[in-house]
Every structure is written in C-alpha cells, then in structure tokens.
Design a protein around this ligand. Structure first.
Ligand code: UDP
Length: 432
C-alpha cells in the first residue's frame, strides 16, 4: 500500500510496565515512520515518556496528561497496576474508564484539523476507547503485549467478566497490533485472524526493540546503570553471567528467595539478581516490609554476584555480551527481551500468560528450560544449582535451537522482514 499522508495517532497505553514499555517501543517505530503522536498518560506515568521526548521533536511527539480518576479501591497516589497486586486489575480498569469523559472533552475542544486519525489503545482499555473513537469517527486499533497463542487461549473461554467485554470491544475495532513475529507462530496468528476477526487486520510487529535513550526504561535503576555496566564489563568471559528477574509485578516469598539464594551459591555462577520490592502483597500474602534475603548472602557472594534491590536496567543487562542465561517468570515482554539479548531462558512461570508462554517456548519449541512451576512452588536448590551452572555452558542443550529461533526474530524486524513490513503497512492503513 502506498500513501504519502502520515497519520496523527492518539496513543493510550495501559499503565503497567509490561504493557506500557512495549506500547511505547511501538510508538517509537511509528514516529520513525513519520507519524505524529499524542500520548495520553496520567501524571505518574509521564516519566515513561522521557526516552521518546528526548528522541523526537515536540512537533511530532506530544503528550496529553490527564488527572488519574479517583476510585474507592485504589489508594491515592497509585496510578499503575504494578503498584498493586494483579488481583486489583478490575478496579484499575474501572478507574481508568473514568478517563473517557475528560478525553472526549479534550477532543471536543480540538479544531477538526488537530483531531487524530486513529486511537492506538492498550487492549485492556478497549471498551471505553471504542466509545470515544466512535463519537469522533476515529479508527480504534489495539495493541496487545501478549502473543497470538495467549490471545487464542484468552478468547477461547467465556469468562463472564471484564475479559469478555474487552474481547468484544477489541475484536470490534479496526485492527490489532501484536508483539510477536509471524515466523514464531504463523498458525496461531492465522487462527486468531480467521476465528475472531471479521476484517482480518492483525499486524505482528515484534520483537519490538526497546527504545534506546539512556538506561532508564520504565524507571530509574535503583543501582546506577553505570555501576551495573562496569560490573558486567569486568566479566571477561562472554555468556558467563546469569540474570535473574521476575518482571515488574512478582515478588518472591522468603522461602523461594532462600532456595534461589542457596542454588546461586552452590552453582558458583556469576549472576545479577534483580529483587523487586514493589507490589509486596502479590505473593507474600501480607504487607510486611521484612527483608527476605538470607542473612549474609550478599556478603558471601560479593565476588560473583550483584544484587539489585528495586528497578533494574533490564534491557541493558540482557543485551550485554557477558550475560548468557536468564532465570525469568516469562512475562512476554521479558521473554522477547531475552530473545533479542540472545540469552537462553530458564522459565519459572508465575501467573497470567507466563504459563502459556512456557508451554510454547519450553514444551512446543524446546528453546527454553522449565525450572519452576508456579508462584507457590519452591524449587529444589540442588537441581536448580545444576541447571544454573549448565545454562552458561556453550553446549547447554537448548541453546542451538534457541539461537536459530532468535535469528528468525531478528530477521523479522530487519528492513524487508515480516514485522518491519507490517509496521509500514500499519502506518499506511491508519490514513486510509
Ligand atoms: N523491567 C525493567 N526493570 C525491572 C523490571 C522490569 O526494566 O526491574 C521491564 C522489563 O524490561 C520489561 C517490563 O518491565 O520491559 C516487564 O515486562 P513483562 O512482560 O515481563 O511484564 P510483567 O511481568 O512485569 O507484567
């Protein structure tokens, strides 16, 4: 499709790192293709936009900051889901639907020439975004930070909850953008296209590359990124470090932390461990501030390991030559970042889509290894220590298959690749 007109896109991301970060990476790709973008956020999410602000002119990259709508079940000062347990999702969605009226008000005050052509929303927000888009005859397109395999699972069951409403609104839109690549799951993409969509517009655009602008992605690293980089640079051997992190939402219990710490100590591997202290109640079932790290652990392993308490510069770590494997919850964004970084993944799925991601990468494709079962399981330290040590060896059984799949993913985002072409097509379709 050829067209010279470039779209004006109103981007409305769902405020949680696993959704927001890839949605903004997508936004960057659209800006690079000449689009003008306005991003709607609430005040606390505004810093997420700094990398894009530093890379694009104010003429092309604008922001619309609206107050976070108050909600009786959301504590004041909380504006993102990662500050809460996952169970708070329905409340968060209710609160965010309160953005509908202020958005309509904003659009009403725009001269027709300043109205966007399309709203590119987070799929979680589709029910109220569709209404706003319809009121101004704008296209609505939804971004899903999960893969087609998970979409098919999610949409295959009747939930009788907000998930059904979301599915109906998302499939009634102009199209879907999915952070996956066609060569990874072409059959599933075709299945979703034919089973759920009447219009067949589904653009696979992944793996979306992290916007590169400084090391702060989604938050300031709690250990200065230069320190982390210096530590990694000192590791002379490539692929010798294990990175351990469970995304923005998960926090391990004391028992799980002890098992993992023991495994790391026994294995003797070099490691970076990002220990989350947000969303404290997600796993622990209480609100305690107690330090779950075993006493003396950090001191004992200081020659081998680096513990980051809080936010870690994840994509920088995964992209470093010294890192060879990644013990992960397998959130889809993190899994793709691991793939781009070329690090073999050890999967400990915890919740949400992690299980279906493990099914695909471990059970079907054999490109990752399972080391944990769910958010209540405690791994056997001895077994885990052996896998950790093996995972940084060249002949780790899944490595060759994983690297072949990675190559396909990197081909997809190169000029002429399937995801690259889909991004071109998406921009063109927005103006039709
Ligand atoms: N992330 C990060 N530092 C952290 C934790 C998370 O940069 O300390 C980023 C990570 O790189 C990824 C996102 O947050 O882009 C989390 O995405 P994921 O799909 O794993 O979702 P989650 O499980 O957090 O919902």
């Amino acid at each position: 499709m050829t067209t010279t007109k470039k779209p004006h896109i109103l981007v409305v991301p769902f405020p949680q790192s696993g959704h927001m970060l890839p949605h903004l990476d997508l936004t960057h790709q659209l800006l690079l293709r000449g689009a003008t973008v306005t991003v709607l956020v609430t005040p606390q999410s505004d810093p997420y936009l700094d990398p894009l602000r530093s890379l694009h002119s104010p003429e092309h990259f604008k922001t619309l900051v609206l107050p976070f709508p108050s909600h009786p079940s959301i504590p004041s000062g909380v504006e993102t889901l990662q500050q809460l347990p996952l169970e708070a999702l329905p409340h968060m969605l209710e609160a965010l639907s309160g953005l509908h009226d202020p958005l309509v008000d904003f659009l009403n005050h725009q001269p027709p020439s300043a109205l966007p052509d399309v709203i590119l929303g987070g799929a979680f927000l589709s029910p109220w975004i569709n209404k706003a888009a319809d009121a101004f005859s704008l296209k609505s397109i939804y971004f899903l930070p999960i893969n087609a395999h998970m979409i098919s699972i999610l949409w295959d069951v009747e939930h009788r909850s907000f998930f059904d409403e979301m599915e109906a609104a998302t499939t009634a839109s102009y199209g879907l953008v999915v952070n996956t690549f066609y060569e990874l799951e072409s059959e599933m993409v075709e299945f979703v296209r034919t089973k759920y969509l009447t219009h067949h517009r589904i653009w696979t655009v992944g793996p979306l590359l992290a916007v590169k602008a400084g090391a702060d992605r989604g938050g300031r690293s709690s250990l200065p990124a230069e320190k982390v980089l210096a530590w990694l640079d000192e590791c002379s051997e490539d692929n010798s470090v294990v990175y351990i992190a469970f995304g923005s939402q998960i926090r391990l219990t004391a028992e799980q932390t002890a098992a993992l710490a023991a495994a790391l100590e026994t294995s003797g591997v070099r490691f970076i461990w990002a220990v989350r202290d947000a969303a404290k109640k997600v796993n622990s079932g209480d609100n305690s501030e107690e330090d779950v790290m075993p006493a003396g652990f950090e001191e004992r392993v200081k020659e081998k390991g680096l513990v980051i308490r809080g936010w870690a510069p994840q994509t920088m770590i995964l992209g470093h030559r010294a890192v060879g494997s990644y013990l992960t919850h397998l959130g889809w964004g993190s899994a793709l970042e691991g793939m781009v970084g070329g690090v073999v993944m050890l999967a400990w799925p915890m919740q949400a889509d992690h299980f279906s991601n493990a099914e695909m990468l471990v059970d079907e494709l054999g490109v990752a290894v399972r080391v944990g079962e769910n958010k209540d399981s405690v791994p056997d330290s001895g077994k885990l220590a052996r896998v950790l040590a093996d995972s940084v060896k060249d002949d780790f059984p899944v490595r060759a298959r994983f690297m072949k799949l990675r190559e396909k993913g990197m081909e997809a985002i190169k000029e002429g690749g399937s995801s690259y072409n889909n991004l071109d097509d998406l921009v063109a379709e927005m103006c039709v």
